[in-house]
Design a protein around this ligand. Structure first.
Ligand code: ATP
Ligand code: MG
Length: 267
């Protein structure tokens, strides 16, 4: 597949009503298909960047394009292509739903009303749940699941859906090491086999640095863009996370140690 412009920003600035600038002076262009990560500390504008890409927020300055489409004037084309997994603590259920309903929603939302689940929809939903080892929970109420289990179900919902870009806001938050590596491996495999791009927000580059090709490092503006190795650079990390940030080499791998990641606790 030939390369194309997956996501790009030109002089982008985004502000919430009555707020400070959440993002300013952001310029980058990432080619797809790719598996990319957006990293940065709390409040650095990671979720804001995803929401702008989805057309949920309008820039106050500059532009953003996804697959070449402008996020303001052409967002209906973008919505069709993106499967979005919001940050977990932002998900609220007003009606009780079972795991199967959550995963099927990934398929039904892309259909025109009236929305009924066909047997193909159900098969794809089950397959997606199987990929994240959650198919036994098909009939369980979603709200009874643990945080890590919910995260896997939400990843399954994105896998069952359609569109050439998966955008996940902190899919590894609140999950143990086993769930983290399962989620990352499932996404990596899905990206390779389906030529789907994965855009993932995360606090911790360490569990994903061997999978991702591009990294955006944010602190309300773009601090760095490059390969994971380029971003595991002491000068850049100190700029974002402060003087306690470190880069360590162990068994041929480089790891970031910041006050933002789990590794830090063993310091
Ligand atoms: N709905 C909102 N209304 C007003 N300000 C907001 C809103 N959401 C975010 N902000 C502000 O915008 C800035 C960027 O927030 P954003 O949620 O994009 O950060 P983040 O990098 O995703 O952080 P986290 O790691 O905590 O999820 C912060 O200063 C935040 O306070
Ligand atoms: Mg966020």
């Amino acid at each position: 597949m030939s390369e194309f412009s997956l996501i790009e920003a030109h002089d982008l600035a985004v502000r919430y009503p009555d707020g400070e600038l959440a993002l300013y002076n952001v310029n980058f262009r990432i080619s797809g298909p790719t598996f990319m990560a957006i990293i940065g500390p709390n409040g650095s504008g990671k979720s804001t960047l995803l929401k702008t890409a989805l057309g949920m927020l309008k820039p106050v300055r500059g532009t953003m394009r996804v697959l070449g489409y402008d996020t303001v004037t052409e967002k209906k084309y973008i919505r069709r292509e993106i499967r979005y997994v919001p940050q977990r603590d932002r998900i609220q259920l007003t009606v009780p739903m079972k795991v199967k309903d959550i995963v099927l929603m990934g398929r039904l939302l892309k259909k025109r009303p009236p929305r009924f689940a066909s047997s193909k929809d159900k098969d794809l939903a089950r397959q997606a749940l199987r990929k994240v080892n959650m198919d036994e929970l098909w009939n369980r109420p979603f709200m009874e699941l643990s945080g890590g289990q919910r995260q896997r179900v939400l990843v399954a919902r994105a896998l069952a859906s359609e569109g050439s870009i998966l955008m996940l806001d902190e899919p590894l938050a609140g999950t143990d090491a086993e769930s983290q590596s399962l989620i990352v491996e499932v996404l990596g495999e899905y990206h390779r086999e389906n030529e789907v791009s994965v855009v993932m927000v995360t606090h911790d580059l360490n569990p994903i640095h061997t999978f991702v090709r591009n990294v955006l490092l944010l602190k309300n503006t773009l601090i760095g863009v490059g390969t994971p190795c380029d971003m595991m650079d002491l000068e850049l990390l100190v700029k974002v996370y402060g003087p306690s940030a470190k880069v360590v080499e162990y068994a041929g791998h480089r790891y970031c140690v910041t006050h933002d990641v789990g590794v830090d606790r063993h310091d």
